[in-house]
Design a protein around this ligand. Structure first.
Ligand code: GLN
Length: 196
């Protein structure tokens, strides 16, 4: 595809503006998604960092949860960072009572996993074999376990934990690439959207 893909950013909660900026930096057209009609119009979607319990509740209130599940089921590429990783997990640990996700990636994600050791930290990681990248973790989750269709794209200390995964058109990272100015993950995702 030579035309720039249109990539939405789930915009009911989270660090939306930073993702919009990173998408524009890699040549994608970025739009905010708050309504089902806006979701219909995008080629792919980013679910930002923020607070997954609030995202879930707002998505229900704004009648976006089911449309999100439908589009992901029908193969729309999506990328979730931090809280967004939680939203893309089929199963979570450490959620609040009744907490739901959009789902799509066959994995168990533990909320606030690193938080028990350190609240926020930075680490150099190797993302998808693309060389070293600075990663910022803020009350970050990690991937506790996953199915055989899920590919590990990055691990991080402490604990050599799984912090980036991909399953087909779905990508998730525990960290916040939108906060570092390194657009490697966004360019990887824009490439995924072009391919699908
Ligand atoms: N701990 C948050 C949650 O559970 C995620 C933190 C983040 O996105 N920086 O949603």
């Amino acid at each position: 595809m030579t035309i720039a893909p249109t990539i939405g950013v789930f915009a009911l909660q989270g660090d939306v503006r930073e993702h919009v900026r990173a998408l524009e930096a890699v040549g994608a057209k970025a739009v905010a998604v708050r309504r089902p009609a806006e979701l219909e119009a995008v080629d792919g979607l980013i679910i930002p960092g923020g607070e997954s319990t609030t995202m879930w509740k707002l998505a229900e209130t704004f009648e976006l949860l089911e449309p999100l599940r439908m589009r992901i089921k029908s193969g729309m590429p999506a990328y979730g960072s931090c809280a967004g990783m939680i939203m893309l997990a089929d199963r979570i640990e450490g959620g609040i009572e009744g907490q739901q996700t959009i789902g799509g990636i066959d994995m168990v994600v533990r909320r606030n996993a690193f938080g028990r050791q350190v609240d926020s930290f930075e680490a150099d990681i190797d993302f998808a074999g693309r060389g070293e990248m600075r990663a910022i973790f803020i009350r970050a989750p990690w991937v506790e376990s996953m199915g055989s269709d899920v590919e590990v794209l990055a691990r991080a200390e402490p604990g050599d934990r799984i912090v980036a995964v991909r399953q087909g058109p779905l990508l998730a990272t525990s960290f916040h690439p939108e906060l570092t100015g390194d657009v490697g993950v966004h360019s990887y995702f824009a490439e995924m959207v072009r391919e699908f």
